[in-house]
Design a protein around this ligand. Structure first.
Ligand SMILES: Nc1nc2c(c(=O)[nH]1)N[C@H]1C(S)=C(S)[C@@H](COP(=O)(O)OP(=O)(O)OC[C@H]3O[C@@H](n4cnc5c(=O)[nH]c(N)nc54)[C@H](O)[C@@H]3O)O[C@H]1N2
Ligand SMILES: Nc1nc2c(c(=O)[nH]1)N[C@H]1C(S)=C(S)[C@@H](COP(=O)(O)OP(=O)(O)OC[C@H]3O[C@@H](n4cnc5c(=O)[nH]c(N)nc54)[C@H](O)[C@@H]3O)O[C@H]1N2
Ligand code: SF4
Ligand SMILES: [Mo]
Length: 739
């Protein structure tokens, strides 16, 4: 039997896979050794991808809610009914009544892009996204310091000799290529230093050279201390600061009189140890990687800012072995009246998106501009986002809820219409990869067929857009060239059309889907073709470095190479020397001073923090609400069989706390928070810190009528969030009782 190349879709790495298919079923999976991105690396999630593809929750036909049941309807009927209702809502209430929700859980490209663009074309800026619930604070910090909210910091893991992992458990969550291989190699290499900042003994902390087991929620104090120590010792990199940084002298007073010794006592860390780490970080080829442990935690945005300061004063940005800037230019300015805000909660867009946490309030209010119509693709808010109960209540009040899904998710069960989407293994989709330097192009192709009337998400949104009158009348020549089988001819026709109709540029992916997509049977592939053609100057230069001659045919050549190489192919090499050229500040330098930070940073002092961290008699334990581990993939793996024989959903508790509460391993308990309660089994383990308990997210799914595990988002209140709307999932006060 032949092996077909595809990729895993269960984290951002998208490791290359090869699968065997029998009777339209994926029956065998192995890592793809040819993949230049993963080079044969895989984790157990990828090896279990067949459970993701084949399960009894798949949605096969368009469904309409009638009473409290779903009825199968035709595509024609469903498109005409949805667009009829949508037109009415928009006519009566305007575009602010409409929002999209786009996910990040399953790592697809086009399904999400098409929905976001569809809603934008209808005049609404309300794009709620899973990315916003993690990155809003980082967007804010990078917007202030780099001038673009979506510029990110990628560790140059190949050349570094010290990695500071902050609130990131890479051994489980991955998120850079071949993470476990690289971290394990690093941990064994005496010349490389792996330092983990994590309150608990995570899988990554276990293999670290140094584990800074700080008290939960005290990262702001820790990083303020580290900066103060580095400045006090004079081990900052003045040369790099002179060359690349503005605002350095203005921020010095924020750290000058800071009592790092007292602060670190509040963090429950040893001063001597932190001092040593500061010296190492300032003098080595160091880099850092942070994640949800700080992003979904107290002072999230401020910690992201402090991490930029730490890197900038040590000269670690845009330099070998340090952190490189990746991503584009986007700044949603909260002071610009053109930037949309949410109506009831007044939160401005950041990085172009809105925080899911406030959506229930944006639906349940009396404002004339309240949300009435919501389209969701690639997300499962009823399990993924904070406060399932608030979401259920809010979604029931919508005039129109349309869910584009491959599975009957909890969110889909509340929809007025469910539109069946082809899965990753039934669709074409772009699955790029690489680190900061090398850019690999890859197009995942279908390996199995849809077993009902599913369509590619891009096709679904093209039908909807057409019925809404959003796609202009297209010349016959465009259809003809699309059907000619000659891709060059189509390119010339499309480019000619766009030259004459520049206003159609924003609809180009829909035009491609309707013309080329129809001819080749994939909206996504057609869309990919147009994106490859319309490459910016900078990526043309990068592609030339990867061997694609610059010029008119470069896009075509890249497209063909990607089609010829299902395992992925090098399509661009970035120039590390030019990395800091990505900065989008007016001066082109890193801007450390920001008036927005000033008061906040002063508030983070040992005495006030100690007071705020005092435990509550009603809720004495801190719940880490969500954990990304080997046995979950957000809510994407619905069939529990993939974890058979394992113990995936428990309440992890330190032995000292278990003893104090007289609880034993395996005992059933109730966990209570301000939001609600859930019943769950206790797992007594040293991997939980004293005073902290942990429940993984992504459980509580009902599969074949049986509830599987506890839904941690019954325990998270959507109002337990910061000023950007970010959930504070890593710091949820709770209590545990025996039942
Ligand atoms: N309490 C708590 N909650 C959390 C977290 C936490 O730490 N704690 N972590 C959060 C994080 S970081 C994230 S990113 C979010 C993720 O949350 P979501 O973005 O909601 O992701 P998933 O839960 O994976 O849901 C993805 C949905 O998309 C569907 N889907 C998959 N592929 C396709 C496709 O090709 N087409 C269509 N139309 N649909 C598809 C799947 O069936 C699934 O229902 O969860 C968050 N939730
Ligand atoms: N197996 C698996 N992998 C995944 C996913 C999945 O569902 N399953 N989802 C993917 C997605 S969408 C995402 S966003 C990533 C998330 O990946 P990560 O952010 O790495 O995952 P988490 O488990 O949420 O948390 C990281 C660490 O933060 C620590 N932490 C908790 N509180 C604090 C604190 O106060 N300070 C500090 N410094 N650390 C703290 C936790 O103990 C944990 O070890 O994972 C991705 N990869
Ligand atoms: S590391 Fe990520 S992409 Fe690779 S197999 Fe595991 S979950 Fe899938
Ligand atoms: Mo995430």
């Amino acid at each position: 039997m032949s092996w077909n190349k595809t990729t895993c879709v269960l984290c951002g790495n998208r490791c290359g896979l090869e699968v065997q298919v029998e009777d339209n079923r994926i029956v065998k999976v192995r890592p793809d050794k040819d993949s230049p991105i993963s080079e044969g690396y895989v984790c157990r999630k990828g090896m279990n991808i067949a459970f993701n593809q084949h399960n009894s929750d798949r949605v096969l036909y368009p469904l309409k809610k009638v009473g409290d049941k779903f009825e199968r309807v035709s595509w024609d009927q469903v498109i005409s009914e949805i667009t009829g209702k949508l037109k009415n809502i928009l006519q009566q209430h305007g575009p602010r009544s409409l929002a999209s929700v786009v996910g990040g859980g399953e790592f697809n490209t086009y399904p999400i892009q098409y929905l976001a663009q569809f809603v934008r074309m209808l005049g609404s800026r309300y794009e709620y996204s899973s990315a916003n619930q993690e990155f809003a604070g980082r967007f804010w910090a990078h917007g202030l310091t780099f001038g673009s909210q979506v510029l990110m910091l990628e560790p140059d893991i190949e050349h570094t000799d010290m990695l500071l992992a902050v609130g990131w458990n890479g051994m489980m969550s991955h998120h850079f290529p071949q993470t476990r291989r690289i971290l394990t190699r690093m941990s064994k290499n005496p010349d490389q230093l792996l330092v983990v900042v994590d309150p608990r003994l995570s899988e990554t902390a276990k293999i670290a050279d140094v584990h800074l087991a700080l008290r939960p929620g005290t990262d702001a104090l820790l990083f303020k201390s580290m900066i103060a120590i580095i400045l006090r010792e004079g081990i900052h990199n003045q040369k790099s600061i002179d060359e690349h940084v503005d605002g350095f002298s203005e921020i010095l007073p924020w750290f000058a009189d800071f009592n790092a010794e007292a602060a670190l006592r509040v963090c429950e860390l040893e001063y001597g140890q932190v001092y040593q780490i500061c010296r190492e970080f300032a003098t080595r080829q160091s880099c850092l990687r942070d994640d949800l442990g700080i992003l979904m935690n107290r002072h999230s945005a401020l910690v992201s800012y402090l991490l930029v300061v730490l890197l900038a004063i040590c000269g670690r940005i845009g330099t070998p072995g340090g952190n490189y800037l990746t991503g584009g230019r986007l700044y949603s300015d909260p002071n610009d009246p053109g930037t949309w805000r949410t109506v009831a909660t007044g939160i401005p867009a950041i990085g172009g998106t809105f925080p899911p946490n406030v959506m229930p309030e944006e639906i349940v209010n009396d404002h004339p501009d309240r949300l009435r119509a919501v389209f969701i693709c690639g997300a499962n808010p009823l399990r993924s986002y904070a406060d399932t109960t608030a979401y259920e209540d809010a979604f029931r009040r919508l005039d129109l809820l349309v869910v584009i899904e491959k599975a009957m998710s909890e969110t889909a069960t509340l929809a007025h219409y469910v539109l069946p989407s082809k899965s990753a293994y039934e669709s074409w989709d772009s699955a790029p990869g690489g680190g900061f330097l090398e850019n690999y192009g890859r197009m995942r192709r279908p390996v199995v067929k849809g077993e009902g009337e599913q369509k590619e998400a891009g096709d679904i949104f093209t039908l909807l857009a057409d019925a809404m009158g959003l796609i202009p009348q297209l010349p016959e020549a465009l259809y003809q060239s699309a059907g000619s089988g000659n891709i060059r001819q189509y390119r010339d026709a499309l480019m000619g059309y766009l030259r004459e109709n520049p206003e159609s540029g924003g609809v180009v992916q829909f035009i491609a889907a309707k013309t080329l997509g129809n001819a080749i049977g994939s909206a996504h592939l057609a869309s990919f073709f147009t994106t490859t053609l319309r490459r910016s100057q900078i990526s043309q230069e990068e592609a030339a470095r990867a061997g694609f001659t610059a010029g008119q045919d470069q896009g075509l050549d890249i497209y063909q190479a990607i089609i010829d190489h299902p395992e992925g192919v090098l399509v661009g090499i970035r120039d590390p020397e030019k990395n800091l050229g990505r900065l989008a500040t007016k001066s082109g330098r890193i801007q450390l001073y920001a008036s927005e930070v000033k008061d906040w940073i002063r508030e983070v002092n040992p005495a006030d923090e100690e007071e705020r961290l005092k435990s509550d008699d009603e809720f004495p334990l801190i719940l880490m609400a969500g954990r990304h581990m080997d046995m979950n993939a957000n809510t994407s793996m619905r069939d529990p069989a993939w974890n058979k024989g394992r113990r995936p959903c428990t309440l992890a508790m330190n032995p000292a706390d278990a003893e104090k509460l007289r609880l034993t391993d395996g005992q059933i308990v109730k966990v209570i928070t301000e939001a609600g309660e859930e019943t769950i089994e206790v797992e007594v383990t040293e991997a939980a810190r004293k005073g902290q308990v942990i429940i993984p997210h992504g459980f509580g799914l009902v599969y074949d009528g049986v509830k599987y595990g506890a839904n941690v988002n019954r325990l998270t209140k959507n109002t337990h969030r910061d000023q950007f709307g970010t959930p504070i999932h890593r710091y949820v006060p709770c209590r545990v009782e025996a039942v």
